[in-house]
Design a protein around this ligand. Structure first.
Ligand code: GZL
Length: 328
C-alpha cells in the first residue's frame, strides 16, 4: 500500500476510464470482511481465504464481524481509510450496502464480493462476485428428496396423504437462506408429485448447530409423528437437529429423512453413521479465484461480473467413497 503513488494513481485515474485502479507494483493489500465463525462451512471458507492470500503473496487485512452487519460496514470503512488496494467481503445479508460501497467507489478502491449475494441500487458498486448458486442448491435439495421418496415408495409416517416437510432456514435475509428457499419452493412447485408434499413448518436456525437443535426440538414438540422430511439449509443445523430427533426417541434418516447443505465433514460422518441421507455441496474454497480476480482488476484486466464455483450432491451412496478426499 503506497500513499503517494495511490494518490497520484487516483488523480491519473480521474483522467482515464473510471474503471482503472492503482496498479499495485509491490505487495497487494486486500481488506477482507468475513461474517464470523457460525458454521464448519464458514471456518473452512476463512481458512481457505487466509491460505489463498499466502499462496497469492497478498497482504491480507482480515476482519471477523461476529455476525453483525454494522461490524462489516465499520471494517469496510476502515479499509477505505487505510487505502487498501482491494476490498473483499461476504455480505451477511443481501441489503444495506449501498452507502459504504459508494464510499469505496469514491475512494477508487475496487470491491469483490465472496460467497453470498447482495442487492444494490447500482451494480457498479462492486466489480465482481464469486460465490455459489444458492437457488440451484435449493432446487437440488428438493429434487433429491422427491427422487428418494418416490424411488423408495416412502409413505407418510402418520398414515395421512401427504409427505410432511419441516425446514430449518439459514440467517434471516442472507442470500444463502433466501436463495435455497426460493430454489426449494420452485422445484417443489414444478414437480409432478407436488400435491404429495406439504411444508409443515419453516423457521430460521441462523445457520448454527445450537439453534438448529432448538428449533428442531420445537418442531418435534408440535409435529413429532407428522414429520417425514427435514430440509436443513446448512449441515450444522442438520447435525443439531439429529441430536434433537434422537433425544425424541426417533431414528434420524429412517423415521425422518434428513437433507442438509454445504457438504462439510461432519455431515459426511453422519451419512456414514446412517444418521443423515444427503447434503447439497456448497463450495467454500473460493480464495484462489478471489485473489486471482483481485490481481486481474488491479492490472486493468476485465473480469466476469459473477462466477459460481463448482459443486455437487452427496448422499449415502457416495459419502464413504468421497469422505477421504474431502478438503473441508
Ligand atoms: C453459503 C454460506 C452459508 C453456509 C452456512 O454460501 O454463505 O453460510 O451454507 C454458512 O453454513 O453459515
Amino acid at each position: 500500500m503506497r500513499v503517494s503513488k495511490s494518490l497520484f494513481a487516483i488523480a491519473l485515474g480521474a483522467a482515464i476510464a473510471a474503471t482503472s485502479y492503482a496498479q499495485a507494483e509491490d505487495k497487494i493489500v486486500v481488506g477482507f470482511s468475513q461474517i464470523g465463525a457460525e458454521s464448519e462451512w464458514r471456518t473452512a471458507n476463512t481458512n481457505d481465504v487466509k491460505a489463498a492470500a499466502e499462496r497469492a503473496g497478498v497482504e491480507l487485512k482480515f476482519s471477523d464481524a461476529q455476525q453483525k452487519q454494522e461490524n462489516q460496514i465499520r471494517a469496510i470503512r476502515s479499509f477505505i481509510s487505510q487505502k487498501v488496494d482491494v476490498i473483499g467481503f461476504v455480505p451477511i445479508v443481501e441489503t444495506g450496502w449501498d452507502n459504504v460501497l459508494r464510499q469505496a467507489k469514491q475512494a477508487n478502491i475496487p470491491v469483490v464480493v465472496m460467497d453470498r449475494d447482495l442487492k444494490v441500487s447500482d451494480e457498479s458498486l462492486y466489480v465482481a462476485k464469486i460465490g455459489t448458486d444458492q437457488v440451484e442448491e435449493g432446487r437440488k435439495a428438493f429434487r433429491w428428496i422427491d427422487d428418494y421418496i418416490t424411488k423408495n415408495n416412502i409413505k407418510p409416517r402418520n398414515g395421512g396423504d401427504t409427505i410432511n416437510i419441516v425446514i430449518l432456514e439459514g440467517t434471516v435475509g442472507a442470500s444463502a437462506a433466501v436463495g435455497r428457499s426460493k430454489g426449494f419452493n420452485e422445484a417443489l412447485a414444478a414437480s409432478p408429485n407436488k400435491d404429495k408434499y406439504k411444508i409443515l413448518a419453516s423457521q430460521t436456525g441462523d445457520f448454527t448447530r445450537q439453534k438448529g437443535q432448538e428449533v428442531m426440538e420445537s418442531f418435534l414438540k408440535n409435529y413429532r409423528d407428522d414429520i417425514d422430511v427435514l430440509f436443513s439449509q446448512n449441515d450444522d443445523m442438520a447435525l443439531g437437529a439429529i441430536q434433537a430427533i434422537e433425544a425424541a426417541g426417533l431414528k434420524p434418516s429412517k423415521d425422518i429423512v434428513i437433507v442438509g447443505a454445504d457438504a462439510v465433514k461432519g455431515m459426511f460422518q453422519a451419512m456414514i453413521d446412517g444418521k443423515a441421507n444427503a447434503t447439497i455441496e456448497c463450495n467454500p474454497l473460493q480464495g484462489d479465484l478471489f485473489f486471482e480476480t483481485c490481481k486481474k482488476i488491479l492490472a486493468g484486466e476485465s473480469v466476469p461480473k459473477s462466477v459460481y464455483v463448482e459443486e455437487g450432491v452427496f448422499d449415502t451412496t457416495n459419502a464413504a467413497e468421497a469422505f477421504p478426499t474431502r478438503k473441508y
